[in-house]
Design a protein around this ligand. Sequence first.
Ligand code: DX5
Ligand code: ZN
Length: 221
Amino acid sequence: MTENILAPSILSADFKVLGEQLEQTEEAGARYIHFDVMDGIFVPSISFGMPVLSSVKGATSQVLDVHLMVTEPVRYVKEFAACGADIITIHLEACEDPGAALDEIHSCGARAGISIKPATPVEELIPYLERADMFLIMSVEPGFGGQAFIPESLKRIRQLRGLLQERGLEKDLEVDGGIYHSNVAEVLDAGANVIVSGSGVFRGDIRKNVAEFMEILRNHE
Ligand code: DX5
Ligand code: ZN
């Protein structure tokens, strides 16, 4: 099995001390930083974009995992790659041609991810199983941090891991939304290996939160 990775979502960080908080997540063992971009159209809210990503790139050596909750994200792939994105994930539902968006990400030298919202059937990812490097199952409706994990997501994670295994594909399966110390083991057991957490990392003692996640992640490898 692939390594289990924690990707703290900075949507829940305190932006006046973002650099310090990134350091804390890195020192405690988080290898990725999850960066949620929202355009106010694909999702109701607006978050942050390129200038923040460039600053973060300069402040950490963690892998920058950019989740584009943006309509027709292919329009912005080059710019996000130029600002330092290592992984760019687009939403299947946001693209007229998801395959072309994945190709564009690869042509910029980044790793390509594809995500589905809770109501999108997992089977819709089948045409992209070979083409994408990472698959992101949303376990909340995208748009806001701090929502409750949708329990049916576990079945969807198992289904997707099964589809990958049937084809002999060892790919990253990321899950995003409502993940805490209390339920992360179930998410890993269902077949996820990249865990996004915003509130579960940045609320309270960041180092302690990350260390506790890392212990559970390592015990499930
Ligand atoms: C939701 C975002 C998530 C969010 C997760 O649209 O994609 O990455 O920050 O936050 P928590 O862990 O608080 O559910
Ligand atoms: Zn996200």
